[in-house]
Ligand binder design. Structure first.
Ligand code: NDP
Length: 373
């Protein structure tokens, strides 16, 4: 943990530059002033896996108040060098996949954000926890519920936090719909529809490799509909049915799902009907129907801005970079014990994995799967 105590010096520097600022400059200055007055704890994070999403998260962290990117773990030396230069990362905070257990002796890193292919999450998370560092892990948290449970148990034993990268749990329009539903402004929820998909390109990428991805579209994008159905309806499902369609068996090999439709039943009687696919472009829509109202969001889980309306009108909450908000909120959860509106912990990740396990089982057996027993 670290504090920022030199705010007066920083502020003086900012005020001198005031007359020279453009519009973007003003936005930066606003952040700079906020940071200058921020004297609380800062979460020092190392990113593991410097790929496409890792790069997005690193950029977003630059606008955080409570998070600082201080380290990297990567299998690609050239990326490490580039990130060191770009983000001013000292050599002592750089690791590879062979030597990162030594992070336990590094007092300058508080947490590791795992942003590698899905199949690597479990073992990497366990190693990070055993090194005594908090774990932030991308979705899907692991390949199945058994792996997820092992991660939770290890983190508990090591007394470190385990958080999953569910950025939508902090998205303002999503939170407004959840608030309306919780406060009864829509009445009893009856139905949720979650449509999540995109047309996947390069057939050689890890997302289409069962060993690295653990499945296909369901692990990658369908999980948003699984997770969304739970936070939009506000209950845990009790049964699952699912059907798979495959139009390209060459690209989507055995165990890699191209399109899955699934249905979830909830204790109140509400039902969800969802689609997960790697074959349709720009499919990103949530619809919630309730006795006295509705919510419609499209796009609903992309990087935003999220757009939508409810029975009360258009959702007008301000767009903020999801990963910046997520990281600042995660720092508050880890450092200050803040409770998020929608859980973000390992148990939350595990709930989704149990449902995904059941979806795959339902596809295989063609039967309705009971989630209670
Ligand atoms: P990328 O392929 O772009 O990056 C993954 C990185 O992991 C690689 O660049 C590499 O980094 C590292 N890596 C380690 N071992 C392997 C391996 N065997 N094969 C490939 N890469 C390896 O993937 P993404 O960044 O898109 O996805 C990473 C994770 O983030 C996934 O779990 C995904 O589901 C999640 N994600 C979450 C999103 C969200 O919105 N929450 C959005 C996108 C992805 P290096 O060279 O540094 O070792």
């Amino acid at each position: 943990m670290n504090t920022r105590r030199n705010f007066l010096q920083k502020l003086t520097g900012t005020l001198i530059a005031l007359p020279l600022l453009s519009k973007d400059g003003f936005a930066n200055m606003e952040k700079h002033i906020r940071d200058s007055f921020y004297d609380g704890p800062v979460l020092r994070v190392a990113i593991m896996g410097l790929g496409s999403y890792g790069s997005r998260v690193a950029e977003a962290i630059q606008s955080c108040t409570k998070v600082k990117l201080v380290g990297v773990i990567s299998g690609t030396p050239a990326k490490i060098t580039a990130w060191q230069t770009k983000y001013n990362i000292p050599g002592k905070n750089c690791y590879n996949y062979e030597n990162f257990d030594a992070i336990k002796d590094n007092p300058d890193i508080d947490a590791v954000y795992i942003i590698t292919p899905n199949a690597l999450h479990k073992d990497q998370a366990i190693r990070v926890a055993k090194a005594g560092k908090h774990v932030i892990c991308e979705k899907p948290m692991a390949l199945n519920a058994k792996e997820g449970k092992a991660m939770i148990d290890t983190c508990k034993k090591a007394n470190v936090k385990l958080l999953v990268g569910y950025r939508m749990h902090f998205e303002p329009k999503t939170l407004e719909v959840i608030r309306m539903r919780k406060e009864g402004e829509m009445g009893k929820v009856l139905f949720f529809q979650g449509l999540c998909g995109f047309r996947i390109g390069d057939p050689t990428q890890w997302r289409l490799n069962k060993a690295l991805a653990g499945g296909g579209s369901m692990m990658d994008i369908g999980i948003y509909a699984v997770n969304g159905s739970r936070y939009m309806i506000g209950e845990e499902p009790v049964w699952v049915t699912a059907q798979e369609t495959k139009t390209d068996a060459e690209k989507f090999k055995e165990g890699v799902d191209e399109t899955i439709q699934f249905q979830l039943g909830f204790p109140s009687g509400a039902v969800a009907s969802c689609l997960s696919t790697y074959m349709m472009n720009g499919l990103d829509r949530f619809y919630l129907n309730a006795e006295k109202g509705f919510a419609e969001m499209q796009p609903s889980t992309g990087y935003g801005p999220i757009k939508g309306k409810t029975n009360k009108g258009e959702l007008m909450q301000e767009h903020k970079t999801h990963q910046t908000v997520q990281m600042d909120e995660m720092a508050a959860i880890i450092l200050e014990g803040k409770q998020p509106v929608v859980p973000i912990d390992g148990e939350e990740g595990l709930r989704d994995l149990k449902i995904i396990d059941a979806i795959y089982a339902a596809v295989k057996s063609g039967k309705k799967i009971d989630l209670l027993h």
